[in-house]
Ligand binder design. Structure first.
Ligand code: COA
Length: 183
């Protein structure tokens, strides 16, 4: 197995024209179409880096901030931001371009965690990541923090769930748009 590869080796861009059959009832592009493209580009990038079959384990910060219209060209630019032992975090920047006006929207940036699998269907070690410039270093370090914040979030939420009481719940729900009708 190759022991290390630079992020530049596996960078992948997919560009796809948004055709009418991709639209929802409101005439905008279905979120599911975009998710499927994200998964494809994440797979392409992860499998190129690892030289292995990969699976999607986790998807972070998928926020649809801008609607995408039929006729626009959507480009998804992906690169390996971080590698663990068998896991890789793939950063994906998505832009949508109106070819008539030249207007380009940055619709979102998200992070897919992919795991490489060996012939035995078990997680397998991937090549180390060679960081060739400041951007590669920034992305790798950001990924370390994202992983840490995600772990902390789980731990904090579990702690809170263990200790919350009826009064605290009542206070929390006071200003929310819900009606409590316990049966
Ligand atoms: C992902 C999967 C291989 C993990 O298997 P496992 O036996 O738990 O293996 P491990 O605990 O050794 O985890 C493997 C890696 O996944 C990472 N991982 C596991 N769960 C994770 C999660 N929720 N978020 C991020 N990373 C995760 C681990 O940190 C580990 O990374 P590392 O090797 O870089 O340290 C297994 O859960 C699986 O096959 N899931 C289904 C994937 C799938 O079908 N996806 C959709 C279709 S492609």
């Amino acid at each position: 197995m190759i022991s290390a590869r630079p992020a530049s080796f596996s960078r992948v861009t997919i560009t796809e024209l948004m055709i009418p059959s991709y639209a929802n009832f409101g005439g905008k592009i279905h979120g599911g179409i975009l998710l499927s493209l994200m998964d494809k580009v994440a797979y392409a990038t992860a499998s190129k880096h690892s030289g292995a079959y990969c699976v999607t384990v986790s998807v972070d910060t998928v926020d649809f901030l801008e609607p995408v219209e039929v006729g626009e060209l959507v480009s998804l630019m992906a690169s390996v931001n971080y590698v663990g032992n068998s896991s890789m975090i793939i950063g994906i920047k998505i832009i949508s371009e109106n070819v008539k006006t030249g207007n380009v929207k940055h619709t979102n940036t998200c992070y897919f965690t992919m795991v490489a699998k060996g012939e035995d269907d078990k997680p397998t070690t991937v090549p180390q990541l060679i960081l060739e410039n400041k951007t590669d270093v920034r992305r790798f370090v950001e990924a370390i923090y994202r992983k840490k914040f995600k772990r902390d979030y789980e731990v904090n939420l579990n702690e809170i769930k263990k200790s919350w009481d009826k009064q605290e719940i009542a206070t929390l729900l006071e200003n929310e748009r819900c009606i409590t009708q316990l049966k």
